[in-house]
Design a binder for this molecule. Structure first.
Ligand SMILES: Cc1cc2nc3c(=O)[nH]c(=O)nc-3n(C[C@H](O)[C@H](O)[C@H](O)COP(=O)(O)OP(=O)(O)OC[C@H]3O[C@@H](n4cnc5c(N)ncnc54)[C@H](O)[C@@H]3O)c2cc1C
Length: 398
């Protein structure tokens, strides 16, 4: 495979970079690099929405989607380059749940009416989504979920509870898995629905994380009426659509690129900060840790390119085990980077709002935030299971 971009792609990359460099000057300092601040703090959310409008005006949110659904029919590689540059600049502006997860599912599994209703509004950054999948007793083993949808004329009546729903308090709509066949306890009894979060009977309650932010929610569904026309795919066939959502979630170039930027900042800090009168950058332990992270980051970026190359050649499904590997490689690298950052900062690295806190205390904050990275969207263990079964052809162990 050829890792080089064409001159046209390089020009596009520069255009994205120039745009984000300029726009991110106005990013509120509260944003940090955290999804929690995005969902919790009003100025961060407002900045994200404004940036989204600018990206939409440029036609960059949904470049690879068909024109008829708000896209530009651009090659997938251009969307990949956009995600790479956006990740490097730690920029928001794109709904990670709607655009990142749901839209590809709709493109494959929804009917034309559903595509026309939801995709163009997403491409214009006018509708935000949440993912209503996990339940108190269904996470990794999602197929055993119990939220019930019962057909009643032109509607389904939904009852149940969802948990860990990122951004439900900001979302306009949610995409949900619910059980339509109670006889079937596993995946064959599930259907995939699009739910307007303003529907009567939906209650959203905050769940605060250990970093004290508000990203997660519990969502209670009491006799919620969902029109039949909002079911994606056939009744009891929702699992197939949901697997498409999971596969699309994992090319991970934005996170590898984000890690590259984080590493550059850490290296800069080590060049400037002193320990025992000497720059930290001269400390052999620090140097080795940074060198190790640099190797892993470059390997990760190259791996991410190979995932998208395989997706272009063989399709999303063929590349699914590679993408699963990218998920745990990228999230675990980000964790190691932030844990190392915290270690390098020493005791003051644990201080948050103080003039003594190096890099404004962001590493202790990241330390707590990145803990969940390798759980959301499927844990590292589940990703390794996928690589073992789909990639290596080993028998399923569960
Ligand atoms: C940052 C973040 C964002 C999230 N956002 C959302 C969201 O927006 N919407 C949503 O629906 N959910 C969301 N979740 C929930 C997430 O999908 C679940 O946490 C995840 O699927 C794991 O489920 P669980 O928490 O119930 O853990 P469990 O499934 O109970 O797992 C507990 C442990 O057992 C391990 N384990 C389980 N099964 C196996 C197995 N077969 N083999 C090996 N190990 C196994 C797991 O890897 C884990 O370490 C989010 C979670 C996080 C952390």
């Amino acid at each position: 495979m050829d890792f080089r971009y064409t001159p046209e792609q390089e020009a596009l990359r520069k255009e994205f970079g120039d745009f984000f460099r300029e726009e991110m000057r106005d990013c509120p300092p509260e944003m940090g690099a955290s999804m929690e601040s995005l969902f919790e703090i009003d100025v961060c959310w407002e900045f994200h929405k404004q940036l989204g409008k600018k990206l939409a005006a440029k036609g960059w949110i949904a470049m690879a989607w068909p024109k008829e659904y708000g896209g530009r029919d651009a090659p997938l590689i251009e969307q990949f380059i956009f995600n790479e540059v956006r990740g490097y600049h730690k920029a928001m502006g794109v709904d990670p749940i709607g655009v990142g997860m749901l839209a590809p599912t709709l493109l494959v599994s929804a009917n034309d009416e559903q595509k026309r209703e939801h995709l163009p509004v997403m491409a214009r950054a006018e509708r935000d989504w949440c993912q209503l999948w996990s339940e108190p007793n269904a996470g990794s083993d999602l197929a055993c979920l119990t939220t019930r949808a019962v057909r009643d004329g032109d509607d389904y009546i939904v009852n149940g509870q969802k948990i860990w729903t990122s951004g439900a308090h900001r979302a306009d709509w949610g995409f949900m898995l619910a059980r339509t066949n109670p006889e079937e306890k596993r995946s064959r009894g599930l259907s995939f629905f699009l739910v307007d979060m303003k529907t009567p009977g939906i209650t959203v309650k905050p769940l605060h994380s250990m970093a004290k932010g508000h990203m997660f929610n519990e969502v209670f569904l009491d006799d919620v009426r969902v029109p039949v026309r909002n079911r994606v795919g056939e009744e009891n066939q929702g699992w197939v659509a949901s697997q498409m959502t999971s596969n699309f979630e994992r090319s991970m170039i934005d996170l590898f690129s984000h890690a590259k930027r984080g590493l550059e900042e850490l290296v800069q800090f080590c060049k400037e900060a002193k320990w025992g009168g000497e720059p930290l950058a001269k400390n052999p332990i620090v140097r080795h840790k940074l060198a190790q992270l640099a190797i892993e980051t470059e390997a990760g970026l190259a791996y991410s390119h190979s995932v998208v190359w395989n997706q272009l050649k063989g399709g999303i499904i063929t590349a699914a085990p590679l993408a699963a590997a990218a998920k745990f490689l990228a999230t675990e690298l980000t964790q190691r980077l932030n844990y190392t950052g915290c270690e390098i900062m020493g005791l003051y690295g644990q201080v948050r709002e103080s003039r003594w806190a190096p890099m404004m205390g962001k590493y202790q904050n990241y330390y707590q935030l990145v803990m969940g990275l390798n759980m959301g969207g499927g844990t590292s263990e589940i990703m390794r299971n996928l690589v073992a079964s789909m990639g290596l052809g080993l028998p399923r162990s569960w």
